[in-house]
Ligand binder design. Sequence first.
Ligand code: DX5
Ligand code: ZN
Length: 215
Amino acid sequence: MQISPSILNSDFANLQHELQRIADADWAHVDVMDAHFVPNLTLGLPVVEALAKVSPVPLDAHLMIEDPDRWAPDYAEAGCRSVTFHIEAAADPRAIARDLRAAGARAAMALKPATAFGPYEELLPHLDMVLVMTVEPGFGGQSFMADQLPKVRQVREAVRRHGGEIWVQVDGGVSASTIEQCAEAGADVFVAGSAVYGADDAAAAVSELRELASR
Ligand code: DX5
Ligand code: ZN
């Protein structure tokens, strides 16, 4: 069970310090948004590159951008150890995954809440992780969509059939009150933004989440 706190709702004026607050987590989840794929704009390559140099934990980039075919490999080159592209924006997902792996990153595919997994199951051999969004991508602090749990289960079953080490990540509204359902449905990597950065003690929030997920 791995915890990947999202820095989206952290203090953007003090990112290095904010990363230090989650030094006990497994990953730091970095939400890249381009104001086209989602109606919000966050940060891009130059900032990610700078964060990769100072982060105490590996970066888990979540690209909510158009044209991941063009941009995703650059995030791997910038030092992200895991890079997630949205299938809805991808022209050639196999090529993106191949390029990510060639650049030394884990390759992951994300599904928006309205996107079914079935048509993309055949991509599993090319992937290291599948991200099931449990909110509409774009903003932190939204309510968890429990109606996405059947998709988490479906992905977990497909991964089990397929074999190999493919992780199942959930992102959006994951907190102490929703993480157990996610784990029970088969998720093993948990993104949590406000639940970690909204807490006074971020490290304690991370260990509480990890403990709840492992029950
Ligand atoms: C939403 C982002 C999430 C978000 C999670 O578009 O992908 O990573 O920051 O934040 P919480 O945990 O507050 O829903
Ligand atoms: Zn995210």
